[in-house]
Write a protein that binds this ligand. Structure first.
Ligand code: ATP
Ligand code: PRP
Ligand code: NIO
Ligand code: MG
Length: 539
């Protein structure tokens, strides 16, 4: 089975893509002969990003690829010998034998809507090996989940009926940032990407318009030398585009437009008559760009082509989109070319979640959003803070104490359930001990006490209509679940966003979603807590 699992998309993902301290700890475990102890680690986050109350879990497929191929190469070992010159040679023999065949990974399904403290992954296995996985697992989950969440938030802001294009390659944090951004933006609800390599790798639709350079490359209609004719869609006639645009410009009264821009649009139309889309803001959107678009678009429409539309890349996008839509409609009416009304309006220029909401509030006529910088760099919150904490070793629960209650870890092997109401809406998530009793497992239509993990007075009875177990065994030396395709994960994300109570998704001051523990786990946490906390003596 292992041979069927492709390697990580990014070849830089190797066992050395880690922090030095993982290797040092590994040596320390080995030297003390505790490396084979059976460890359980939880990977989770404490706070949702973007001042939100939800996160979308992404990156699981790449995690499974990592564990399937996790082996130190000969050159890795040779290098580590130089980094740890005083380590015993036998340690390197041990390292050379390490793989993940004895590791188990329980995880949420990729694309699951998730909340603080719920383990995204539970990793079980030999202590030293599970420890080595900390940094690469966090690396493979933090950014994908962050970008997927950012994309989903932008999708919610824009609405279901808009087309969302990922434009961030040029601004992304390096090549992996660009490739990951495209993939996980689509997972979070974007439709297409301008990133051609991502299109090839993941089968995402690629598309794009043109840049200002294309418009600026033409000075006048005299530049149209090599190509000046265009055949109608049915091939029955051929027109001279230079003559046509000159004549049409006069007819429509658009004689003051920039001629180089008109030449550029005509040239673009001759190259792409079926998908003509013009960037209209190079010189002046309303006084030149839109008018030049209409000149070329009416000609294309008469020749039987559907002009695709315009792109706005500066100015007041609410006002300009509405005004452009109005003027396109006016021309569609006066020229008796209703097909022009189908022209789409693409908007770009430093868009972010807040501007998309603001545009919606103002009213706009944008059909497609092209978003780069703010999407891929997650400017509102540049990192998700997933952590990886030891919760059990050789069957003994472990707790990390902190003055800061959110940093106290929840000990032991846990499983989480999502409790749904009769309409399929999540009520809360409930964690229980894997080793807990039958009573501890929530059942449909049975009342169960759910408690805040640390605040004694916060508790409620819940009678779930449906109980959805959130964790599944994905890896135990082999992949144990079918891996969904990108469109399937995207559909799963969209379906959950529809099912959850909208106030949890609200952009401003959303309601926190409850993450609770069973009564049994609550007692267990507090017993372990008390047993580990030193009792001070006051004198
Ligand atoms: N109606 C609107 N409401 C809220 N924000 C908007 C609206 N229209 C555009 N924006 C945003 O306002 C910002 C305008 O950017 P900026 O101040 O750089 O001006 P510009 O339009 O790009 O001008 P320039 O012609 O210099 O490129 C962008 O982030 C854009 O997304
Ligand atoms: O604004 P983003 O969300 O990152 O979207 C991508 C941007 O990239 C392109 O221009 P670029 O920013 O390179 O130049 P410009 O803004 O000066 O036109 C494009 O015209 C968009 O404005
Ligand atoms: O296709 C586009 O219009 C595009 C692509 C990347 C960045 N900005 C715009
Ligand atoms: Mg820009």
């Amino acid at each position: 089975m292992e041979t069927e699992i492709p390697p990580n998309t990014n070849p830089l993902v190797t066992p050395l893509l880690t922090d030095m301290y993982q290797i040092s700890m590994c040596y320390g475990y080995w030297k003390n002969q505790i490396h084979e102890k059976n460890a359980v680690f939880d990977l989770f986050f404490r706070k949702n990003p973007f001042k939100g109350e939800y996160t979308i879990f992404a990156g699981l497929e790449e995690v499974l690829r990592l564990v399937a191929h996790f082996r130190f190469s000969e050159s890795d070992i040779a290098y580590l010998k130089t980094v740890l010159p005083n380590a015993e040679q036998d340690f390197f023999k041990y390292l050379a034998s390490v793989d993940c065949s004895r590791i188990k990974i329980y995880a949420l399904r990729e694309g699951t809507l998730c909340f603080p403290r719920i383990p995204l992954l539970r990793v079980e296995g030999p202590l030293a090996i599970a420890q080595l996985l900390e940094t690469p697992l966090l690396n493979l989950i933090n950014y994908p989940s962050l970008i997927c969440t950012n994309a989903a938030r932008m999708r919610l802001a824009a609405g279901d009926d808009k087309v969302m294009m990922e434009f961030g390659c040029r601004r992304a944090q390096g090549p992996d940032g660009a490739i990951s951004a495209a993939r996980y933006a689509v997972m979070g609800g974007f439709d297409r990407t301008s990133n051609v390599e991502a299109g090839k790798l993941f089968g995402i639709g690629v598309s794009g318009t043109h840049a200002h350079a294309f418009v600026m490359s033409f000075n006048s209609l005299a530049d149209l030398v090599h190509l000046r004719t265009l055949k109608s869609a049915d091939g029955a006639r051929e027109v001279d585009m230079v003559e046509m645009v000159t004549q049409r410009r006069r007819q429509l009264g658009f004689t003051d437009t920039n001629e180089g821009e008109l030449a550029a649009f005509a040239a673009y139309a001759m190259a792409f008559p079926g998908t003509f889309l013009a960037l209209v803001d190079t010189y002046d959107t309303l006084k030149s760009g839109l008018q030049n678009f209409l000149i070329v678009a009416t000609i294309l429409a008469e020749l039987g082509y559907q002009p695709l539309g315009i792109r706005l890349d500066s100015g007041d996008l609410a006002y300009l989109s509405k005004e452009c839509r109005r003027r396109i409609h006016e021309t569609a009416l006066s020229a008796h070319l209703p097909i022009l009304d189908r022209a789409t309006i693409v908007a770009s220029n430093d868009l972010n979640e807040a501007t998309i909401y603001s545009l919606k509030e103002q009213g706009h006529a944008i059909d497609t959003f092209g978003i780069g910088t703010n999407l891929v760099t997650c400017q509102n919150d540049p990192a998700l803070g997933c952590v990886y904490k030891l919760v059990e070793i050789d069957g003994a629960a472990r707790i990390k104490m902190s003055e800061d209650i959110v940093k106290v870890t929840i000990p032991c092997r846990k499983i989480a359930y999502r409790l749904l109401d009769p309409s399929g809406r999540p009520i809360l998530d409930l964690m229980s001990r894997v080793a807990g009793s039958e009573e501890d497992v929530p059942q449909p239509d049975r009342r169960i006490l759910s408690r805040h993990p640390f605040e004694e007075n916060k508790r409620a009875y819940v009678v779930p209509h449906t109980v959805v177990p959130l964790h599944h065994l994905f890896w135990d030396g082999q992949i144990r679940q079918p891996l969904p395709t990108l469109p399937e994960i995207r559909a799963y994300v969209m379906q959950q966003l529809k099912a959850v109570r909208p106030d949890h998704l609200r952009a401003v001051n959303p309601t926190p979603y409850k993450v609770s523990v069973t009564n049994d786990l609550y007692s267990y946490i507090h017993r372990i807590w008390l047993s580990e906390a030193p009792i001070p003596t006051l004198q």
